[in-house]
Design a protein around this ligand. Structure first.
Ligand SMILES: [Zn+2]
Length: 211
């Protein structure tokens, strides 16, 4: 997977944020608020292609070429439109979970329907003299891109440690806290943590000066 080695330094991969520790949340975080305001990082299918590669979901040359070929198709456009709509419904589900509730029945129904249509597929392969079971992803049309996305969403919705599911204290990004103490507050130190700490420091300095 492309991003395994970039967990620490590489919060941005090819213009996308990977700070969430859960693929479904990284997907949710494709609409951050940047200096210029709320920013859609998936404005067209070409951007989605780049995101799938950055996320490590698409890696083979064959699949990359296939996606490139779909770029200007009506199917790809309509898939992306559906996907963006789904992302916003996912956002509501995640916020409900963060508030200690469960996602709506309606949303679970939608996810279940897609799980039935795009079930996870696996294959046995030999790796270093052992047989391992690996997911296979060989899309044949744009809608097949639901498979890895819906699987990651199903993983997230069935997450048991929901208290580790959190929204950044100072922006719209969400993350799954994998820190030992479980006390992570920000999407990232670089994006928000330092900003908040610097502001608090400046406030203390200012208050100190006026005394
Ligand atoms: Zn943040």
């Amino acid at each position: 997977m492309a991003r395994a080695s970039s967990q620490d330094e590489g919060e941005w991969v090819d213009g996308f944020l990977f700070v969430a520790n859960r693929p479904a949340l990284d997907f949710l975080n494709t609409k951050p608020v940047l200096a210029e305001g709320p920013t859609e990082l998936l404005p067209d299918f070409e951007a989605l292609e780049r995101w799938l590669i950055a996320a490590g979901i698409v890696s083979s040359a064959k699949t990359k070429a296939l996606l490139r070929g779909w770029r200007n198709s009506a199917e790809a456009r309509s898939f992306l439109k559906e996907l963006i709509g789904f992302r916003e419904r996912l956002r509501s589900a995640v916020m409900r979970m963060e508030a200690g509730a469960t996602p709506s029945d309606e949303f679970l129904k939608e996810v279940n329907a897609r799980l039935l249509e795009y079930p996870p597929r696996t294959a046995l392969r030999k790796r270093e003299g052992r047989v391992v079971m690996e997911p296979i992803f060989e899309p044949r049309e744009p809608a097949d891109l639901w498979a890895p996305i819906i699987q990651s969403v199903a993983d997230l919705l069935s997450e048991t440690e929901t208290q580790r599911l959190r929204q950044c204290e100072s922006c719209v990004l969400h993350f799954f806290d994998t820190s030992k103490k479980g006390s992570r507050r920000w999407c990232s130190m670089n994006l928000c943590g330092n900003k908040v700490k610097v502001a608090a420091y400046q406030r203390r300095q200012r208050d100190g000066d006026s005394r």
